[in-house]
Design a protein around this ligand. Sequence first.
Ligand SMILES: [Zn+2]
Length: 302
Amino acid sequence: MLPELTDGVLVLDSEMAGDPDHNGVFLLTGSRPALVESGVGLAGERVAEALTALGIGPGDLAAIVVTHVHLDHAGGAGELARRFPSATVMVHPSGAKHLVDPSRLEASARQVHGPLMDTVYGHMTPIPADRIRVLADGDTVDLGERQLTALHTPGHAPHHVAVLDTSDGTLFTGDAAGVRLPEMRTPRPSTPPPSFSAADSRASLDRMAALAPARLVLTHFGVVTEPLPYLADLTDRLGRWCAAAEKAVADGQDAAALEAELLRLFGAEEGLPLENPARFASTGGYSANAAGLHLWATRQLT
Ligand SMILES: [Zn+2]
């Protein structure tokens, strides 16, 4: 049996890059079962088999909600939609075109990830437009026993949606509330290129805190049982990350120097083994974060 995260929510671990407990796909069980997130393209088959093993047949899955179209969240949506033809894929209005035609997204991801596209991420299967529902801010999704509310939560990416299960106050935060792997002591902001916005990210963190959710479910990875202290800590850290980035740019330092400074300031206290780089950098790593933050700070100061 798969682990139950919270009432009726199972985690299907996509084991991205062969590494467990860092990239979640969440099954909301019930009369109209739904997924939040879809994992990477390479995990599509693995996730489909896990659903089948749970007795969810091809016609049973009602929805696949992706928080945003980064490949670790939406990469598997097309393959899952193909295997579960009754499922509606739900996404922010600005993300929909990338699910219908993933070619631009894949090309830009290949520039960033290179050969990892074939070994870690995998191909995105295009999704017919009539299988997609775009989620406006505040839209609700009826899953029978559960009602979901979509919340536009930009910052990590402009097309980001968090999902509140109003039946029990669980808030699925995608990447809008950063990353905390189970063995980490502190939250880590997630500030990748090309579109990270600090102001939007802070506003989204404030908005999520104002909802007073009962718990958070982070895609990377798992349940946060004390949402408000977590969000406050993350907001504080994000402010310090941004200050470090503005100083680095003002001093003429590049993204690599900023990465080293962030690691010095924050890396060790996270409690992840720095000597295990695969785990330390498994998702939302410092290299991508420093690149996105440096780009943001450069835009601020020019
Ligand atoms: Zn992301």
